[in-house]
Design a protein around this ligand. Structure first.
Ligand SMILES: *[C@@H]1O[C@H](CO)[C@@H](O)[C@H](O)[C@H]1NC(C)=O
Ligand SMILES: *[C@@H]1O[C@H](CO)[C@@H](O)[C@H](O)[C@H]1NC(C)=O
Ligand SMILES: *[C@@H]1O[C@H](CO)[C@@H](O)[C@H](O)[C@H]1NC(C)=O
Ligand SMILES: *[C@@H]1O[C@H](CO)[C@@H](O)[C@H](O)[C@H]1NC(C)=O
Length: 392
């Protein structure tokens, strides 16, 4: 009598167990791993436990960050993972407000060596940078600060819908990645916050940045050495320092920048619009096959600028930039400049800019056509170009 009853129980338990395993959700809620949405308790370890599960999952897995404020110290999510991982961020991640905690750690939230990663949701990353900015403004010696969100050595990454506010240093960095698609990203920080670049791309190929809105204290988008096949479309920038290729040529040996498209962008109250910038030092770097097209400028200090004489610390007397800039097109760019010289092509005396094409430009200063300045560049104009560009 007892025997069949026990084996029946065992079978029932076994089948329950099997159905539980098969139906096991591949959604890992960080709260189930001990994360506390109280804005106080450091939840980094709980996030890492959820990551370990999701990353080891043989099927695509999601990490779910629900509404609420999660305090996090530095978190490094390391791959490779067994399958795709999707991080759904609904809540807010809050960095330590005391800047010495992250200090000189280069990043706050890092994804490294991951192939097939999506970070999406309307959640917020709050870098709480104000105290570090104040330190930097005071002239005291301060740590460099941490990038809010960095992807490094990763491929096939999607970043969608996130908002990054008040980063200590750069907001989002894409470094040594291939095939990264960012869209609907918002960046918000004070116009006078130092080093708070919106999105920085470096040593990466096939990155697209679409439909994004960036308001910050440094470059809205900066494009570093080794960037190829970058596509930027439908971006609003301001306040900020514009969309900038560079600084290039800081090093003698440096990978070039190639095939960059910036299409349909607007700049409002920014220091620069579209810019290429290089150090005045020897380098084998380059920037080529670049197009800036359909751009609106509203009260921009330097709407169109190539500056190959960058040398903030004064360490390059009488040197010319080795960076070769060629095949750059400025097309359909109009609006208002807050300085008289709206087009400034200041190329390297040692390596003049070549194949610079300007087409359909209308930039004004105080309701008059603005002025242009051009050194060491070979420029072809077509359509109506105002101001007219005459190169020395
Ligand atoms: C340039 O980059 C775009 C993506 O931004 C890509 O579709 C295109 O194929 C690239 N062109 C070349 C010549 O590599
Ligand atoms: C600037 O661009 C953004 C994003 O494309 C768009 O939503 C906004 O309407 C534009 N603003 C102006 C003044 O053109
Ligand atoms: C100039 O760059 C454009 C855009 O990347 C590209 O389509 C074109 O082939 C390049 N022309 C030359 C001469 O390299
Ligand atoms: C071009 O660069 C030189 C060297 O830094 C600088 O003296 C000059 O003022 C610049 N010209 C313009 C128009 O910015």
């Amino acid at each position: 009598m007892a025997f069949p009853a026990i084996s029946c129980l065992v079978l029932t338990l076994l089948s329950m167990f099997i159905s539980l395993v098969l139906a096991a959700p591949t959604i890992y809620n960080v709260v189930s791993f001990g994360a506390k949405p109280d804005g106080q308790t450091d939840s980094a370890q709980a996030f890492l436990r959820a990551w370990t599960k999701a990353c080891a999952s043989m099927q695509p897995a999601s990490i779910y960050v629900p509404a609420g404020k999660f305090a996090l110290g530095q978190v490094i999510f390391i791959g490779p993972c067994s399958n795709k991982v999707n991080v759904m961020l609904i809540g807010t991640l809050v960095a330590p407000s005391v800047y010495t905690v992250l200090g000189n750690k280069a990043y706050w939230v890092l994804f490294q060596h991951v192939d097939g990663l999506t970070v999406s949701g309307n959640g917020i990353l709050d870098g709480q940078g104000a105290s570090l900015w104040a330190c930097k403004a005071s002239g005291k010696s301060c740590p460099l600060g941490a990038t809010t969100l960095e992807f490094t050595n990763s491929n096939n990454v999607v970043v969608s819908g996130l908002t990054s506010v008040n980063s200590q240093m750069f907001h989002i960095v894409v470094n040594a990645c291939n095939n990264v698609n960012m869209q609907g990203v918002r960046v918000i920080a004070a116009g006078n916050s130092p080093n708070t670049n919106g999105i920085h791309v470096e040593s990466s190929s096939s990155v697209t940045i679409l439909n994004s809105n960036i308001q910050t204290g440094d470059d809205c988008i900066s494009i570093g050495p080794g960037t190829t096949n970058l596509w930027i479309e439908n971006v609003a920038c301001g306040p900020g320092h514009g969309i900038s290729i560079g600084s290039l040529g800081q090093n003698q040996q440096e990978a070039g920048v190639q095939n960059v498209t910036v299409k349909t962008a607007n700049f409002t109250n920014t220091q620069n619009g579209v810019r290429i910038k290089s150090w005045a030092r020897p380098s084998n770097g380059f920037a080529r096959n670049v197009i800036f097209q359909h751009v609106d400028m509203m009260n921009v200090e330097n709407p169109i600028i190539i500056d190959q004489n960058y040398c903030p610390s004064g360490g390059c007397p009488n040197q010319a930039s080795g960076v070769k800039i060629s095949n750059v097109t400025f097309q359909d760019i109009h609006g208002t400049s807050t300085t008289e010289v709206a087009v400034n092509l200041n190329c390297s005396s040692g390596n003049p800019c070549s194949i610079i094409t300007v087409e359909s430009i209308m930039l004004t200063y105080k309701n008059q056509v603005a002025k242009s300045s051009c050194n060491h560049a070979s420029v072809t104009s077509s359509g109506s170009v105002q101001p007219v560009i005459n190169c020395l």
